[in-house]
Design a protein around this ligand. Sequence first.
Ligand code: SIN
Length: 327
Amino acid sequence: MRILSAAVASLALTVGAQVATAAPVELKFSHVVAENTPKGQMAIKFRDLVAERMADDVVVKVFPNSQLFGDNKVLEAMLLGDVQMAAPSLSKFQKYTTSLQLFDLPFLFKDMEAVERFQQSDAGQKLLGSLESKGLVGLGYLHNGMKQLSASEALRTPADASGKKFRIMTSDVLQAQFEAVEAVPLKKPFSEVFTLLQTKAIDGQENTWSNIYSKKFFEVQPYITESNHGVLDYLVVTSAEFWKGLDDDVRTELKKALDEAIAHGNKIAAEKADADKQAIIDSGRSEVISLTDAERQQWVEAMKPVWKQFEGEIGADLIDAAAASNN
Ligand code: SIN
């Protein structure tokens, strides 16, 4: 009997030792923006929720400001298992799917409410699965906001942009959008934008109020045109290998924490769109230009033909579904 109890005790010790030493799964979350942005705050919230609720199972480490990977490398790194989560702008998936190019079409959504309605619709939710064949899982959309045009000279009409160099994200739709106003688009990583603007290697760029503010673009761009000509939102992604390799209950809890973090990030996105615009105005460093209806209409007319140009790749039905979310 004594021998049996000793054996049981030793087995319990061994199992106990194994349980105690099983390290939590490490989840590296890499992004390119500052911490005081919707995405930066969402990632921190996610890390904190996971730490509160499931510290024994998963530990989230957040790497902001392109510290770990820049735009053009993060998805490759994810497929290699070097990073487990990221939330690139929807404009940065072109190499993996053409469907998400939808979101880059100029003047497609009239405001962020329309973007939200479309993303939550059946068609929008279906797009989350568009990376499946490439080994990536779309876990949810995250808002940043509507894009504005910043430049070294005042941009009131498309003619003002003609011949000027604009940094764009890696998207052929964005390239076509700037070519439509006879500007010169240059695909460059986010981490290089400030220096390109500061050294005047480029004349302008398009971005949201929170990115223009947090990365100090307004300090080196004397004019920002409030054009609201497109949306800059994100897709939170992970690799299928990582996601499917998690225990079911861990995956469920992680997704719950992520959904809550996204809701938090979306709230911050709405607040920051106003607050960061005001902070830029208050700084006096950059003049914010409001367009008249007639001026805005000129941008719409110049850029909208891009829709037809990409209809074949994106799909006319998808474009119609997205446009219908404005009603
Ligand atoms: C981001 O918001 O993640 C970066 C956007 C950009 O590359 O302009």
